[in-house]
Write a protein that binds this ligand. Structure first.
Ligand SMILES: NC(=O)c1ccc[n+]([C@@H]2O[C@H](COP(=O)([O-])OP(=O)(O)OC[C@H]3O[C@@H](n4cnc5c(N)ncnc54)[C@H](O)[C@@H]3O)[C@@H](O)[C@H]2O)c1
Ligand SMILES: [Zn+2]
Length: 361
């Protein structure tokens, strides 16, 4: 088991990563004095697969549990679903102190965290992430949100959990597509901050694809440490440090929006976004051609795309200009300054951006 800490003064919290650690959740919670009744937000698949084990561990330490099931879809990140969860939470909230467990992927994590942030002006919650993407990214850092028809993540708060428990055994049941989607984020971390992790991903491909627990533990702990350090220094993304986590996400988000969130899953879109960012990094002479090729080869090795199908370059560029982060005149890209280093570049000329997007076809 490995442990990482998100350092935020009184709101600091641990991230525990390991195989077979779910059974210790009750003991952790007991020590933290988090409350007495557990309200678990999850979906039917996860409850059927892992719910009994989760509940047993909690009951053994004296926590009564209540499962609230939400539909298994991004649509659950909505004001409507949040309202339903809050109503049921209020019904279950007796005189004892209640807390929330977000038990699922990023959808459940964002929704349950959002509910925790607003119910009674904020109650304690813990993240028990079950996808690779949620373990390395969404469960850490306190960004909670629901979507509106106008756009993703438009309503939410930065509200930190009290604990993140990443049980590696959950990843055994992830399908190949979900696993490789998470690997896009893992590769992102390696490229922006961790050359050693990058080499590990190159040299241990077979083990990782086989979901070897010790290889996964190393990867998830490395990513969690990077995210925890960045969040500790720039919790609210006001100091520009959290920005580097957007590597591959500028064009990636545009692609997701252009495909109306159907064409590519998040990791695939990020992979294509990384590929476009590499083109710009080459234009700016920040990275050499061999390193850029190594990064592309690694994405391909993990089943991630480098070429776009199903949307036009014009639609991607149009979506890029509608992005909420693209503020008027100035654009901002995270580029690669060699494996393990990132740089933020502003005001990139339109024709260079267009050339990078067209290079994806
Ligand atoms: N808060 C943040 O900082 C942050 C960061 C990145 C992404 N996100 C959000 O995360 C969401 C995407 O998260 P995601 O990729 O985890 O998607 P998800 O939560 O939809 O999970 C993907 C699928 O995997 C299934 N699943 C979950 N755990 C499983 C397991 N152990 N075995 C088998 N199947 C399992 C789910 O039921 C679902 O069908 C998006 O809404 C995105 O906006 C948030
Ligand atoms: Zn992402």
């Amino acid at each position: 088991m490995r442990k990482v800490t998100v350092n935020l003064g009184k709101r600091s919290y641990p991230v525990a990563i390991g195989s077979g650690i779910l059974s210790s959740l009750g003991a952790y919670l007991k020590k933290m004095d988090i409350g007495s009744d557990a309200f678990i937000v999850t979906n039917a698949f996860l409850k059927n697969k892992y719910g009994r084990k989760l509940a047993q561990g909690l009951s053994a330490k004296g926590f009564p549990c209540h499962f609230k099931l939400v539909a298994d879809s991004e649509n659950s990140k909505s004001m409507e679903t949040a309202g339903q969860v809050i109503k049921e939470l209020a019904g279950f909230d007796h005189k004892r102190k209640i807390f929330i467990i977000a038990f699922g992927g990023g959808v459940v994590g964002d929704l349950a965290g959002f509910v925790a942030s607003v119910y009674k002006r904020g109650i304690s919650y813990v993240q028990v992430p079950t996808t690779l993407l949620a373990q390395v990214d969404s469960s850490i850092g306190g960004k909670t949100a629901v979507d509106l028809a106008l756009g993703k993540n438009l309503v939410g708060a930065i509200y930190q959990p009290r604990l993140v428990l990443s049980e590696i055994d959950f990843l055994k049941t992830l399908n190949r597509e979900q696993f490789s989607s998470g690997m896009a984020e893992v590769i992102k971390y390696a490229v922006i901050k961790d050359k050693h992790l990058f080499c590990f991903l190159e040299n241990n491909h077979k083990k990782i694809i086989r979901k070897d627990p010790s290889a996964l533990e190393y990867i998830i702990a490395s990513c969690s440490r990077i995210k925890a350090e960045i969040v500790s220094r720039d919790e609210k993304e006001t100091r520009g440090q959290r920005t580097i986590l957007n590597f591959g996400h500028t064009i990636g988000h545009a692609l997701e929006a252009a495909g109306a969130y159907r064409g590519y899953n998040h990791g695939q879109a990020v992979s294509l976004g990384i590929s476009a960012a590499l083109e710009l990094s080459l234009d700016y002479k920040l990275i050499d051609a061999d390193s850029a090729q190594r990064i592309r080869d690694l994405l391909r090795l993990y089943g991630l795309p480098l070429k776009v199908r199903g949307v036009t370059a014009a639609a991607i560029i149009r979506a890029h200009y509608h992005d909420k982060k693209f503020s008027g005149k100035e654009n901002k890209f995270v580029l690669s300054a060699g494996i393990g280093r990132a740089r933020i570049i502003r005001n990139i000329k339109l024709d260079l951006i267009e050339k990078a997007v067209e290079g994806l076809f």
